[in-house]
Design a protein around this ligand. Structure first.
Ligand SMILES: *[C@@H]1O[C@H](CO)[C@@H](O)[C@H](O)[C@H]1NC(C)=O
Length: 403
């Protein structure tokens, strides 16, 4: 056999073996692994392998070496390029003085080469890879959002966005659980709408004292950006579809502004309907209120909607009591987008026509009413309250009689 043919056959065999080692072209989603041949045992001499990883446009590829590659540093190389071929800029070279175990592609492709010379080898490398899609459109009623790779440190040059949309008429409550970024260059921004053209609600690099915020309508847009150096754990937030208020039909109860006794949220849109037993009325007792006067007042209406007459408007005046003329009271609390306070706490109860039946049904005619001391029923009435009521009724009836 001619030497050249032998060489061709050897090369063919080598190509076959390196293909088996995983070399080639892969879609980086939903993830996989690349490693040096024989890993964790020593790789062969004279290798010249390459892998191309690609992700859909707008996604990035994360390459995760569980430990730093072990190579013959003078002469064997693992190189990672910022695109789909070696024509792109190298972003990591092993061994070199700056070595990372986590590589994020700047774009949607990575090209990896591994070459060994004719002598000396080591255990090589093994890495997992996956796609990172950090632009999301979320429509579930609740969910989480977090910086890429959270709770591990986020990646450099990140540019992520989340558009949250819930059914029209609802709002979105976003609550930060953790937020730790490199201030001045990395940030989380929240916009009150569909994109970054909407009003900016917050721009954060540290955990905010008011850790929850509310959209004014049914969409919220969140962005996370990082610069090309220094990373931190990042952020985690939860969101939930939000409606505020209630329909209350118990004969008494209480409610507060959202998040009470913490500050209420801006942009709230709350309404409460209190509906009690017919023929009775609602007594509302504002036991505490601290809201922005003029802008964020709690309003109580005499009926089932805000077209009914206003019974009271509360911002700093408490305690106070108002009473409806029918069995329904309607309350609204619609803070504007700035300035908050602790909110309010109210109690309500039902006031019905006096519990004791009309005088004429129980008592004999006024003229024949016996003296109190001799009233046969007084001694056996079980409840003090009802005695007092009856005495009052009795006195009233006497007064009436005198006129
Ligand atoms: C990288 O791999 C290690 C070991 O499997 C794992 O613990 C770590 O979470 C991975 N990092 C990322 C960002 O996937």
């Amino acid at each position: 056999m001619p030497k050249s043919l032998l060489l061709v056959m050897v090369q063919l065999l080598m190509t076959l073996s390196v293909t088996l080692a995983g070399q080639g072209y892969s879609t980086a989603c939903p993830g996989g692994q690349i490693k040096s041949p024989n890993y964790p045992h020593n790789y062969d001499d004279n290798l010249n392998l390459h892998w191309t990883l690609t992700a859909p446009t707008d996604q990035r590829i994360i390459l995760n070496f569980t430990k730093l590659p072990a190579l013959e540093c003078c002469c064997d190389f693992l190189k990672i390029y910022a695109g789909s071929t070696a024509d792109h800029e190298p972003i990591a070279t092993y061994c070199s003085d700056k070595e990372e175990t986590l590589i994020a592609s700047p774009g949607n492709a990575l090209f990896v080469t591994f070459s060994s010379d004719e002598t000396v080898s080591d255990s090589g490398f093994s890495a997992t890879y996956f796609c990172l899609d950090c632009n999301k459109y979320l429509t579930n009623p609740t969910g989480d959002i977090s910086s890429p790779l959270y709770p591990d440190n986020y990646i450099n040059d990140a540019s992520c966005s989340w558009l949250i949309e819930v059914p029209e008429g609802n709002q979105i409550l976003l609550t930060f659980v953790r937020l730790e970024l490199e201030c001045d260059s990395d940030k989380v921004q929240v916009y009150d709408g569909k994109d970054d053209g909407a009003d900016l609600i917050v721009d954060l690099c540290t955990y905010p004292s008011e850790n929850a915020l509310l959209s004014s309508s049914n969409t919220l847009y969140v962005t996370f950006t990082s610069d090309s150096s220094t990373t931190y754990p990042g952020f985690l937030a939860t969101y939930t579809e939000y409606t505020c208020g209630d329909v209350l039909t118990d004969s008494s109860g209480s409610f507060t502004s959202p998040n009470y006794p913490g500050n209420y949220y801006s942009n709230l849109n709350c309404e409460w309907t209190i509906r009690v037993q017919e023929n009775c009325v609602v007594l509302l007792n504002v036991i505490y209120v601290d809201t922005e006067c003029e802008w964020d007042e709690l309003k109580a209406y005499d009926g089932s909607n805000s077209d009914c007459s206003l019974l009271g408007s509360f911002c700093d005046n408490y305690p106070q009591t108002v009473q409806s003329t029918s069995n329904t009271m309607y309350l609204t609390f619609n803070p504007d987008d700035s300035g908050v306070g602790r909110g309010f706490q109210v109690l309500y109860s039902t006031k019905c026509p006096t519990a004791s039946p009309p005088v004429t049904n129980v008592y004999p005619k006024i003229g024949t009413y016996p003296k109190i001391g001799t009233h046969p029923k007084i001694g056996i009435l079980p409840k003090i309250g009802s005695i007092v009521h009856k005495l009052i009724d009795f006195k009233k009836s006497l007064l009436f009689h005198k006129k």
